[in-house]
Design a protein around this ligand. Structure first.
Ligand SMILES: Nc1ncnc2c1ncn2[C@@H]1O[C@H](COP(=O)(O)OP(=O)(O)OP(=O)(O)O)[C@@H](O)[C@H]1O
Ligand SMILES: [Mg+2]
Length: 314
């Protein structure tokens, strides 16, 4: 579906991206993950033919971005980082306008517009002015214009940026639904986000590709230990909890965490492949410790970056 070959972009002397090579298969939902300035938007602009590469190229459905940009654009729906919406227009009016621009034939225009609105959950706000919609709904309008011509490939640049948690969940679900029939690339700098929606992740940093893998493999590969948080009520019984926890088989380290009033927190480490939560909970309860909470800690994007970047430097 997508073949990227030695793709580079320099803005004068500034590196946008450097020698990117990757493939995306049909039907994949690929997460493009990287901190600010990593080169996510630059890559997406090149794949959508909005920006010419300095060197290298890419093929979308077998069509070269340099030689056949029109063929490429026909197959791509693009949600740019800053969605260019006409805030004075009504939702349906705007999508119709985009349909005219995209050259959707007159006889199917109305049904295509309605399908896009429906798929993005915009049916009920079709006659509202875009500027008066919430940010989440405005983002849906942006996605509706991207899927209007029913493209094989959707490229979404930070589709959930700036949304509240409820809207984030809704947009994620929308992307999942859209991804069941299409290939999707979306960028983000939030790891939990991409691991929930995507089946493969590309991590870029300072314009260079650092890792490509499934979310689970990435986490496992980078995990040097398993971290479990335990919270106990602050009582007499809890006084010797740290030494009790150290005595549980498989625990390699016990640290005291930040205690909140009325409770005590402990951070435990064990081997990466062991999940000791059940055993720890059972032992604590059996011994009568006042257990309030127990949960394992996922690696954050920051941890992964630090690990990847330091591994590279070695
Ligand atoms: N038009 C431009 N002119 C000069 N430099 C640019 C331009 N656009 C991007 N850059 C530089 O290229 C690098 C990659 O930027 P890019 O916008 O692709 O990153 P990004 O991963 O999308 O970041 P963000 O998470 O902030 O959106 C950055 O160093 C940026 O400053
Ligand atoms: Mg960007």
């Amino acid at each position: 579906m997508i073949e990227v070959e030695d793709l580079s972009k320099y803005y004068g002397l500034t590196v946008g991206v450097k020698n990117l090579n990757f493939r995306v298969e049909r039907g994949e939902v690929l997460g493009f993950l990287g901190p600010n300035g990593a080169g996510k938007t630059t890559t997406m602009k090149m794949l959508t033919c909005y920006l010419p590469p300095t060197s290298g190229t890419a093929k979308i459905c077998g069509h070269d971005i340099l030689e056949q940009p029109l063929e490429v654009r026909k197959r791509i729906g693009y949600l740019p980082e800053k969605t260019p919406l006409y805030l004075d227009m009504r939702v349906r009016e705007y999508i119709e306008f985009v349909a005219h621009l995209k050259g959707v034939p007159k006889n199917i225009l109305a049904s295509d517009v309605d399908r896009a609105l429906e798929q993005c959950g915009l049916g009920s706000v079709r006659n509202r002015t875009i500027g008066k919609l919430s940010k989440g709904y405005q983002q849906r309008v942006g996605i509706a214009q991207a899927i209007l011509h029913d493209p094989d490939l959707l490229i979404l640049d930070e589709p959930t940026l700036g949304l509240d948690p409820k809207q984030i969940i809704e947009i994620r679900q929308l992307i999942k639904n859209l991804g069941s029939e299409r290939t999707v690339i979306l960028s983000s700098h939030i790891l939990p986000e991409v691991s929930q929606v995507c089946n493969r992740i590309i991590i870029i940093n300072e314009g260079e590709l650092v890792a490509v893998d499934t979310p689970d493999n990435l986490r496992n590969r980078l995990k040097k230990s398993s971290v479990i948080n335990v919270k106990l009520a602050d009582s007499e019984k809890s006084a010797d909890a740290a030494s009790f926890l150290s005595g549980i088989d498989g625990i390699t380290l016990v640290k005291e965490g930040t205690a909140v009033k009325g409770s005590l927190a402990y951070i435990l480490e064990s081997r990466p492949d062991a999940d000791l939560r059940r055993e720890i909970a059972r032992r604590l309860v059996e011994e009568g410790y006042p257990l309030l909470e127990i949960f394992s800690e996922e690696l954050s994007l920051e941890d992964i970056f630090l690990q990847l970047v330091t591994e590279e430097a070695r």
